[in-house]
Design a protein around this ligand. Structure first.
Ligand code: MBD
Ligand code: FE
Length: 308
């Protein structure tokens, strides 16, 4: 048998038929995509002489591990690839500046409590386990004008690297809030410094990563959606500087512009302002939004999300 068995005329005819090419009904683009994906699978089966047992084992593995597909997308770099494509499209269109995008990840939960200007994110359960964090900054447009009334949605892990809702031991919406910027475009929050995430032990993502000699760790990070009418929706994260995985993120989300300095503050007016008496970590970070070229750019992707 030739190694390029998939290239044989009879197989090409099969690909045409299985992708509906000879049918009037159906969507032409979908037919082309199905033909490509199944055809590439055939080539892969040829190239690696995949056995029947291996194929069915893979199918069963993917079926049983489907609950983690969001993690697969992150860990196999597909989510980052979509960012790279969006960056390249911006570059082609001459769109520059603005806070860099980086992946959303699979752990956002809609419906977090909303407040004006400031929020405390943590419920106090991690008091004494990690450092208190005060993060603050301004949302501006690309011309430097403050954006008042912008929505800053923030979510991050606790001191064990776990996210509320997915970790049912945490209180509802712990470490998740929506903050509306004040008249000067400013937001601030008090929280605890998060710890990096690790893929669930024994899960399907970890299984793949182990098989290819990789780990499933992320450096400590804080997620943001920043949105405002007339501006392009921003999905991004900041990393906590100094984390051992800072430049070894299993999801490839770290970007140089998204590693603000962490100031270790003993006491200051800022702490007093937000009710923190002892030492805390301070991060100042401004978000710069692009103008929306069309209304659809004001919204996040239509990805399916948990709504609690
Ligand atoms: C996370 O916290 C995360 O941000 C991503 C991208 C993947 C898994 C866990
Ligand atoms: Fe995360």
């Amino acid at each position: 048998m030739t190694q390029n068995f998939a290239g044989a005329p009879e197989v090409q005819t099969l690909l045409d038929r299985l992708s509906g090419q000879d049918q009037a009904a159906g969507d032409a683009r979908l037919k082309a995509i199905v033909r490509r994906i199944v055809g590439d699978l055939f080539v892969t089966i040829d190239e690696f002489a995949i056995t029947d047992d291996e194929f069915w084992a893979a199918l069963n593995y993917a079926s049983a591990g489907a609950a983690e597909y969001g993690l697969w997308a992150a860990g196999l770099g597909v989510e980052h690839y979509l960012d790279l494509r969006a960056d390249a499209a911006d570059a082609d269109a001459g769109v520059t500046g603005g806070t860099p995008r980086t992946i959303e990840g699979p752990l956002y939960v809609a419906g977090a409590p909303e407040s004006e200007g400031f929020a405390r994110l943590d419920d106090g359960a991690d008091d004494g386990k990690g450092d208190i964090l005060i993060m603050h900054g301004q949302v501006r447009d690309r011309d430097g004008t403050p954006v008042k009334g912008a929505k800053v949605e923030v979510w991050h892990a606790n001191t064990l690297g776990n996210y509320s809702w997915f970790d049912q031991s945490q209180s509802a919406f712990n470490l998740r809030r929506s903050i509306i910027t004040d008249s000067d475009g400013r937001y601030a929050f008090r929280s605890i410094v998060p710890v990096g995430y690790a893929c669930p032990p024994g899960g399907s993502t970890e299984g793949i990563l182990k098989g290819i000699g990789r780990h499933g760790n992320r450096p400590a990070h804080i997620h943001f959606f920043v949105s405002s009418e007339g501006h392009r929706h921003l999905t991004t994260q900041i990393n906590i500087d100094g984390d051992p995985y800072l430049h070894d993120d299993f999801a490839y989300a770290t970007r140089d512009e998204l590693i603000p300095p962490v100031n270790h503050v003993r006491n200051s007016n800022l702490g007093t302002k937000y009710g923190v008496e002892g030492p805390f970590a301070e991060i100042e970070f401004d978000f710069v939004l692009h103008p929306a070229a069309r209304e659809s750019e004001e919204d996040a992707s239509s990805r399916l999300r948990v709504a609690a």
